[in-house]
Design a protein around this ligand. Structure first.
Ligand code: PLP
Length: 428
């Protein structure tokens, strides 16, 4: 075993995770490729769980960052004023909010996704004076206590060590998987019924595509109807776009095609564009009831992240990237469907944009396929409560060649693990 890996295994806590599935030491990365200490190249269909949408070491972002550092500009400033912050805000307004007819105030919470979610939950409770928040089955919103209370996964919840409270879980779109969906009828009935026993919530928190939860896609009609119900009942809608925002599904925000305007939006992961920690919580101006410093943090709006995030917004001055994501998504979906058709396994393809998955009926096959992919030079993870979904999350800027090569590896891996499983599992 590599010396560095030995050091990490000896000194880093048992809590370490991804290194177990991808046990190698990475030294370099470019675009959609990771390179390990032996110089072996891996195609990256994981992209830091959706952090590297614009590719590793994106040259334009890197050069903006290097210029900024070379000129001794401000790196850390708490939430004092800097040019870097003002440029980011201006550019975010001009490139993202104005063209979409959005009017949001921007809060810089701490730099991680869960910080953005905690800020959203606190604000929704403060503004409405209500404590309960409704979240959806298999939702994932982060690891701190407030976010964990609205997260579904039992293993992660158990890690809290205290009761997780003031949250009510409701079925997500298609929860029963038998084609009969009454999730929103149920939600509305419960909101309307004083006898439901569910305290009127401050907000509903939503992922339009549940990423960690197994690539569960909400239909556009469902999102639209959800938004209408919440408006009727005076309940706020929080869109957690941390993983599927920043272009992952094509449009900058994942909810755009549904034509809805959530009251609060959380962004992080690919927001800095360069892998630097950065998160924002957006909310409608009338919700801005914070007192100065009521919610703070030492690393709010880190200036290096402002620089790369501002540069990354150049990708959104036209529809080029969005169209590319849609084109590649079509290609990925076709290939995955063909693989599932060909392999002797019961499995289905799901996803939207460049978050796609193969859901295996025999849950173990997803992990085995991921391990086989790693052996063959592809980094790809699993998702879902039983890790039953092989989840594709390539950088959006991936070349067609790398995309094709990655899909070839998936085909080989799925055929190999399906061949090892009993062949009578093929769907008729
Ligand atoms: C990753 C993620 C989070 C949490 O972000 P962290 O930076 O890990 O705290 C929250 N919500 C969603 C949808 C995520 O994918």
């Amino acid at each position: 075993m590599s010396t560095d890996l030995k050091t990490i295994n000896r000194l880093e806590s048992e809590v370490r995770g991804y290194v177990r599935g991808f046990p190698t030491v990475f030294t370099h990365a470019r675009e959609a490729r990771l390179i390990n200490e032996e110089g072996r190249e891996y195609i990256d269909f994981f992209a830091g769980a959706g952090v590297m949408n614009y590719g590793h070491n994106n040259p334009e972002l890197k050069s903006a960052l290097m210029d900024y550092l070379a000129e001794d500009h401000i790196v850390h400033s708490l939430d004092m004023a800097t040019h870097a912050k003002a440029r980011f805000l201006e550019r975010f307004e001009e490139v993202i909010m104005k063209p979409r007819g959005m009017d949001y105030k921007v809060q810089f919470p701490g730099p991680t996704g869960t910080n953005a979610v905690e800020a959203a939950l606190k604000l929704a409770r403060k503004v409405t004076g209500r404590q309960n928040v409704i979240s959806f089955t298999n939702g994932f919103h982060g690891m701190t206590l407030g976010s964990l209370a609205v997260t579904g996964n039992a293993m992660k919840r158990a890690g809290a060590g205290v009761p997780l409270s003031n949250a009510t879980q409701m079925p997500f779109d298609g929860y029963l998987e038998d084609g009969s969906d009454h999730s929103l009828e149920l939600l509305e009935a419960i909101l309307a019924d004083e006898g439901s026993g569910v305290d009127k919530p401050a907000a509903v928190i939503l992922e339009t595509v549940q990423a960690e939860g197994g690539v569960n896609v909400a239909r556009m009609e469902w999102l639209k109807k959800l938004s209408e119900i919440l408006e009727r009942h005076d309940v706020l809608l929080i869109a957690d776009d941390i993983q599927v925002g920043c272009g992952r599904t094509g449009s900058f925000f994942s909810f755009e095609p549904a034509g809805i305007k959530p009251d609060i939006v959380c962004l992080s992961k690919s927001l800095s564009g360069f892998g630097l920690p950065f998160a924002i919580t957006l909310f409608k101006p009338e919700l801005d009831k914070w007192s100065p410093g009521e919610h703070n943090g030492t690393f709010r709006g880190h200036n290096l992240a402002f620089i790369t995030a501002t540069k990354a917004l150049d990708y959104w001055t036209n529809d080029e990237l969005k169209n590319e994501v849609e084109r590649k998504a079509e290609l990925v979906e076709q290939r995955l469907k063909a693989i599932v058709e060909k392999a002797p396994v019961k499995a289905s393809v799901r996803g939207r944009g460049l978050i796609q998955g193969i859901a295996f009926e025999d849950a173990e096959l997803a992990g085995k396929a991921s391990a086989k992919c790693f052996e063959l030079g592809l980094i790809i993870e699993t998702a879902g409560m039983e890790d039953q979904v092989l989840k594709l999350l390539p950088p959006l800027i991936i070349s067609d060649q790398d995309l094709g090569q990655g899909l070839d590896i998936i085909e080989k891996a799925v055929m190999a693990v399906a061949g090892e499983a009993s062949p009578d599992k093929k769907v008729a």
